[in-house]
Structure formats: structure tokens, C-alpha cells
Write a protein of this length. Sequence first.
Length: 81
Amino acid sequence: MIDVKQAVNIAVEYLKAFYPHLKQIRLEEVELSDDRNFWFITLSYPDESNITILPPSKQYKIFKIDVETGEVLSMKIRQVQ
């Protein structure tokens, strides 16, 4: 069984595997599902597609991680309203 710190590290490493150039990854939210089977980890990073905005906007990704195995089951774009 993985704890929250392990889940965050798994999410960060997963994100870096797809976007190795990212330098400013931030933890935004953590949530344990009601059934305690999944961690939901939200990470943010600067939006590099629009560098003219000051301060730069952020992109958000939410990861669903299995509590027992540490496997990343999904990585989704999170829209912030």
C-alpha cells in the first residue's frame, strides 16, 4: 500500500517521463477516493504554449493511482474554471 508522499512522487515521475523538459512542477491537490482504493494527485506546470502572458498561465494534470500497486491508471487534463 502506498502513502500520499509515494503517490505524489509516482505522479511527478510519470509526468516527467512524458514531458522531461518541465522544471517547475507543483503539487496542487491530493485526494484519497471514498473507497480508499485510489489516490487522485493534481500537478501543475507553466503553460509553455503561451509565454506572452504575465504571469504565465498553468496547465493541470490529474493522476489516478492505485493505492495497492502504485500503478498510474490515468493522466487527464484538468480544466480550472
